[in-house]
Design a protein around this ligand. Structure first.
Ligand code: FE2
Ligand code: FE2
Length: 317
């Protein structure tokens, strides 16, 4: 029986995916033993999150807050960060992987390797979800904090609304893939600061660093899968996918102030409502714009241009 490399020796996309799949065997966190959290010392004096990432770090109510309230808010920042990660893994990336595993793109000569790399990504995301839950509960336990439950993340709400407005299965499928593909590129930026900040709690730094290393690879995997998919799209389908990927940036960068409102209340931050009112939804989109433009160029969508297509009307053209 031929292996993937020989099956795809004439197709550069298939070749690259085969190489990434071979690397996955030794690189992925799921294939390597993780250091048990019990061996990573908890240091109560260290912050659980990088303050430089807080969208309200310059607000007067934050600057004037007592140190112990700020410390609690930084612990909740870690909780919100992980909760959003879990929603991205479960509600955004997993369904797109499943689409390709269950029903690979018709006419693709890379069918088997596409299924294989998506199944590998799915395994990675399941581990990331487990890591996020454990790392949140580790902080809850050590800080003795009340639980923060939240499920209204803007990225997820927008995705659900967009999917329910679609009128054709090709739109639903491209919507699921486009949002996942953009998220897989953006999540590397999302993890970067925490992954490089060794001044924060060791567990928080290590979990983010391990996750970031997997996501570097996912961003390549999804780019090559996207090249395969884009090569078979009509012009209107390409315009639609371009629009979905572009729009994902602003939803991904959303400050999620609804989650923060709950955190401020649990942490007892005076002026929390003022922060919610003043800071608004729009996050630091510039952090992400460059990455997504490179993604569009890599997958052959740069010159397509965006159209007013997110109303999800029309058919294949
Ligand atoms: Fe992940
Ligand atoms: Fe991923």
């Amino acid at each position: 029986m031929k292996d993937f490399a020989s099956l795809n020796e004439k197709d550069p996309v298939g070749e690259m995916l085969s190489k990434l799949s071979a690397l996955w065997v030794s690189r992925a966190a799921v294939n390597n033993e993780q250091t048990p959290y019990s061996e990573l010392a908890f240091n109560p004096a260290k912050a659980d999150f990088s303050e430089s990432l807080l969208p309200f770090r310059g607000h007067d109510a934050w600057r004037d807050a007592p140190a112990e309230v700020k410390e609690k808010c930084l612990s909740y920042a870690w909780v919100i960060y992980n909760l959003k990660t879990i929603y991205i893994e479960c509600n955004v990336v997993t369904p797109a992987c499943e689409d390709i595993i269950k029903s690979p793109p018709v006419n693709s000569q890379n069918r088997e390797i596409l299924q294989s790399v998506m199944a590998e990504a799915l395994l990675d995301e399941a581990l990331h979800t487990k890591m996020s839950i454990s790392a949140s509960n580790y902080i809850y336990h050590h800080r003795q904090l009340p639980y923060l439950d939240y499920c209204d993340f803007n990225l997820i709400g927008w995705r659900n609304a967009l999917l329910s407005s679609c009128t054709a299965e090709w739109q639903r499928r491209l919507t699921r893939f486009g949002i996942a593909c953009a998220s897989e590129t953006l999540i590397t930026d999302y993890l970067k600061t925490m992954a490089e900040d060794s001044s924060i709690q060791t567990v928080c730094h290590e979990v983010t660093r391990t996750h970031a290393m997997d996501e570097w690879s996912h961003s390549s995997v999804f780019s090559f899968v996207a090249i395969d998919i884009v090569s078979q799209l009509s012009t209107s389908e390409k315009v639609y996918l371009h629009e979905v990927i572009k729009k994902t940036v602003s939803m991904f960068a959303n400050n999620e102030m609804g989650a923060w409102r709950k955190a401020f209340s649990l942490a007892g931050l005076e002026g929390g409502e003022d922060i919610v009112a003043d800071v608004g939804d729009m996050g630091e989109i510039n952090v992400y714009t460059g990455s997504v433009n490179s993604l569009l160029a890599r997958v052959g969508l740069e010159s397509v241009g965006a159209g007013p297509v997110l109303a999800c009307g029309g058919g294949r053209g």
